[in-house]
Write a protein that binds this ligand. Sequence first.
Ligand code: FAD
Length: 374
Amino acid sequence: MVSHFLPFHHFPSFSAFPFLFFDFHSNTNFLSGAGSGGVKAATTACKLGAKVAVADYVVPSPAGTSWGLGGTCINVGCIPKKLFHFASQLGESRDDMEGVGWGVDRKTPHDWPKMVEGVQKYIRQLRWNAKLVLAQIGVKYYNMLAKFVDSHTIELLDPKKNKKETVTAKNILIAVGGRPTYLPNIPKELTISSDDIFYLKQNPGKTLVVGASYIALECAGFLTGMGNDVTVMVRSVLLRSFDQACAKKVGSYMELRGTKFIHGSIPSNLEKLENGRKKVSWTDKDGIERSEEYDNVLVAIGRTANTAYLNLESTGVQINPNNLKVIANEADQTNVPHIYALVIVLILDPNLLLLLLWLENFFLKDFSPIPRSS
Ligand SMILES: Cc1cc2nc3c(=O)[nH]c(=O)nc-3n(C[C@H](O)[C@H](O)[C@H](O)COP(=O)(O)OP(=O)(O)OC[C@H]3O[C@@H](n4cnc5c(N)ncnc54)[C@H](O)[C@@H]3O)c2cc1C
């Protein structure tokens, strides 16, 4: 099955591995910071002689989806997304295939469970590789939830076994990422998010995508390409922080391919019907009350930083109260000098950053020229 996804093998396998990441008290020099992802960073740090441990634990989504090691990118982000796009584009390319002489079977519908199975198989391999790399290099991996007791002490919890452990660290990197933000007035468990879509056992059917972020539009795009009836509900503009001329082109192209848009609206109510469908109500941009039934409602209105559980108050580390993100300087250092925070994942050369931090030689203070993921 994996060979079917060959075009994706060139992806940097460990490009965005996110972990809470500790350098334990040791006789070696200190390590802190990470570049594009914890696995690469952790392994590099180990090569530099540091004693390193990572803690990574996934709290299930409100719809109950959970996954393993590797963070957003591998499990519910870049990788499955690109594979779903790949599947969708293959379906769409049937039109072109016919034009150049290939016979096309249009009677056999797309097999969603088979696609999910294939994508999951690929993701499992990436997770396994990550685990193996960590083990081989000697990084200690805790599949546990981490929170601070004080600025050098971390409590680790295995919620399934209710087992706790306390560890201390000389330098600490917080790289806890974020999770989808849900609509405040709508019960979370009645909606799905990008945390769920790649794990659904069945095709989501007629879908309302709420939001106009790149995640919203990408999900809407691949679902439309797979033949689904998809509507995107946009509060204000598409792709807010992107070039608006490009954003408009993306919107027009999506409409051309069959995605529908409702502009200037947000859901005011969502009701689960006896037949399992979701009845969504909203006020349209002309002030008229409207409603429609969907099989699924996918919410993609942004992401919230995973800092609430960390008990950062016990460390004095400052966070931005508006988005809960840890405040860090250009060198990813918080106001507590031995605690670093990966606010945005670097997608190039984590080795460079680690080396810089390792040497305490911060001659590169400004990381803004380095390409980053969102
Ligand atoms: C659908 C989608 C598509 C995307 N596509 C792209 C793309 O094409 N290109 C791109 O560059 N980026 C893309 N991204 C963004 C990219 O995936 C993220 O920017 C990146 O994965 C973030 O990495 P991170 O290290 O900040 O956090 P995450 O990957 O979110 O990892 C944080 C990890 O820490 C764990 N954790 C949280 N709190 C604790 C705790 N207290 N204790 C222990 N563990 C904890 C979490 O469970 C998680 O495993 C996409 C994201 C999504 C959702």
